[in-house]
Design a binder for this molecule. Structure first.
Ligand SMILES: Nc1nc2c(ncn2[C@@H]2O[C@H](COP(=O)(O)OP(=O)(O)OP(=O)(O)O)[C@@H](O)[C@H]2O)c(=O)[nH]1
Ligand SMILES: [Mg+2]
Length: 518
């Protein structure tokens, strides 16, 4: 596969570069591997580094306050920051993280679920979650996100656990991030940065990579202000002052302006590339439509088990990972219904709540597969604490991309993990749903049967006259269509059959004229 990427001198994947130029590194990395920077070191490595077995099985339960003590762990490598103003995109080994969130009245459950999801996201990105803290307050503190006192408390927890990163459950203002870093003395990032990082690690197609890099740059752009301020302070320059050369390019130009221009240039190029990729993708889709092979899209919340279910169905060996966003680009497989009609199965990117707005476009480009589908298999993790919210999140987005009217089959996956009471609740939530388990195989046959019924039957009725010496044609017809009547005449066998138009070609020579295609 040829990729028209410009490889730069620093196009290797070593996590540290000599350059302190953040923007250069982001742009260089974007050219070298998946896309953009990586906040976390490799996932596998992160998991191997876990020495205490109790951390391997992080399932969110560790957030219960009373359990917090049992999670204490002496981390080896607390990263001391000497310059906290410039850490956002420095590639640190971010393996030990503490999560923080703020919730207002009455929504503790929701806040906890959100923090669990953030934990899963952080792990997907390659981090080990050491602790999670929630503070109840009407609004995040405008200056330090958590209130001053809690921020101090956080600082001592961070140093006690040896954490090297704090992840906030909402998007932080650049100034909040800096202020909080000043208090806790380690790197602070937000949910958006984590999701961007995962997307960049997983994007596979050229378009996916380009979309993700564009999103990263969009995220980075307003956050340059921080560096810009310190830069201009360093340079002694004052905006609007009589100092060194407002409006003069070159020596008087602040670094921030230069960075901004480079980012804008890069973004323009990416947008152009994405525009150019669109026709190819549309041609591919049009082709599928022309072939009239119905398509079934497997959609649903991230980690619901979409890829696992697809594997069960096709044994296709699609990447399955216990990580959010294991699948970032649509994967298409061919399959066939029990009555012999071909269709395509499309695996899709998982949905997630509070998707960073920069990523909505990247995400939607993968959802085009869903918009084209004839049937949507909506997979829900039956063992998730809040399946109703998952259902809603997915349906909201489906509605936005115009997929609301496509026939939908809800599948409660991971049924091997739920008890009868939960089943009752879920059944009440979604009476038409199928319970299935990609792991045990329960319900998979029913999913297939229901899908078959939902796939539009495009078969046409044909009548053939086949000479007796061409018995193999009759045999092929039985295999590829449904034979509804057979009669033996002097000229040969007369057969009536229902068959998908895409499979008709070999039989054309035997077709009787004037057979109505109803
Ligand atoms: N117990 C159980 N685990 C399952 C089942 N199906 C999937 N899993 C597990 O759930 C995790 C996620 O499965 P995936 O198939 O990658 O989920 P996905 O929906 O494709 O996730 P993304 O592509 O990341 O959005 C994996 O660890 C699977 O082994 C199931 O039926 N039962
Ligand atoms: Mg998947």
């Amino acid at each position: 596969m040829t990729e028209d990427r410009t490889t730069t001198g620093s196009a290797d994947t070593t996590p540290r570069t000599d350059s302190d130029d953040v923007v250069a590194r982001v742009l260089a990395n974007a050219d070298s591997h998946a896309a953009g920077y990586a906040l976390f070191s490799q996932r596998a490595q992160a998991l191997l580094d876990v020495t205490d077995a109790s951390f391997v099985d992080t399932d969110g339960e560790q957030f219960d306050r009373e359990d917090r003590a049992s999670l204490r762990r002496v981390g080896g490598l607390s990263t001391e920051l000497d310059d906290v103003t410039e850490v956002e995109y420095r590639q640190l080994r971010l393996e030990n993280v503490v999560l923080i969130g703020v919730y207002s009245g009455g929504s503790l459950d929701d806040a906890e679920n959100s923090l669990r999801e953030l934990a899963a996201l952080a792990e997907t990105a390659g981090a080990v979650v050491l602790d999670g803290l929630l503070q109840r307050r009407p609004h995040p503190d405008p200056s330090t996100y958590l209130g001053r006192g809690k921020a101090q408390e956080l600082a001592s927890i961070v140093s006690h656990l040896g954490a090297d990163t704090v992840v906030a459950d909402t998007e932080l203002a650049p100034s909040q991030r800096r202020a909080l870093e000043d208090v806790v003395k380690v790197k602070v990032i937000d949910r958006t940065a984590v999701i961007l990082d995962i997307f960049s690690q997983h994007a596979k197609s050229r378009e996916g990579k380009a979309q993700v890099e564009l999103a990263q740059l969009e995220y980075l752009l307003p956050r340059l202000r921080g560096w810009g301020e310190s830069m201009s302070r360093q340079a002694g320059g004052q905006v609007g002052g009589a100092g060194n050369g407002m409006g003069s390019r070159g020596p008087g130009e602040t670094k921030i302006e230069l960075d901004r221009r480079r980012i804008h240039t890069r973004m323009a190029r990416l947008r152009r590339q994405i525009r150019e990729m669109k026709p190819a993708r549309e041609a591919k889709r049009a082709n599928r439509r022309r072939n009239e092979v119905p398509s079934v899209a497997i959609a649903g919340y991230t980690n619901a088990g979409k890829s696992s279910l697809l594997n069960r169905i096709t044994r296709a060996g699609v990447l399955v990972e216990n990580a959010l966003f294991a699948t970032l680009d649509a994967t298409v497989r061919r399959s066939e219904t029990a009555d012999g009609r071909p269709y395509t199965l499309v695996d899709t990117v998982g949905f997630v709540r509070n998707l960073p707005h920069q990523l909505v476009e990247a995400f939607r480009s993968t959802l085009e597969e869903v918009q084209d589908a004839d049937v949507i298999v909506h997979v829900v993790d039956a063992s998730h604490p809040d399946p109703a919210a998952q259902l809603q999140t997915v349906r909201d987005v489906m509605g936005e991309v115009g997929a609301r009217d496509i026939p939908e089959l809800v599948v409660f996956n991971k049924s091997d993990l739920v008890d009868d009471d939960t089943r009752l609740v879920l059944r009440g939530l979604e009476p038409g749903a199928v319970f299935a388990s990609a792991r045990s195989g329960e319900g998979v046959d029913e999913v297939l049967a229901r899908v078959m019924r939902l796939i539009p039957d495009r078969a046409v009725r044909v009548e053939l006259l086949v000479p007796y010496e061409r018995g193999e044609v009759i045999a092929a017809l039985h295999e590829r269509g449904r034979v509804t009547a057979t009669a033996y005449t002097e000229e040969g066998t007369r057969v009536t059959a229902l068959i998908d138009p895409t499979r008709l070609a070999p039989f054309e020579p035997y077709r009787l004229e004037a057979v109505g295609l109803s």
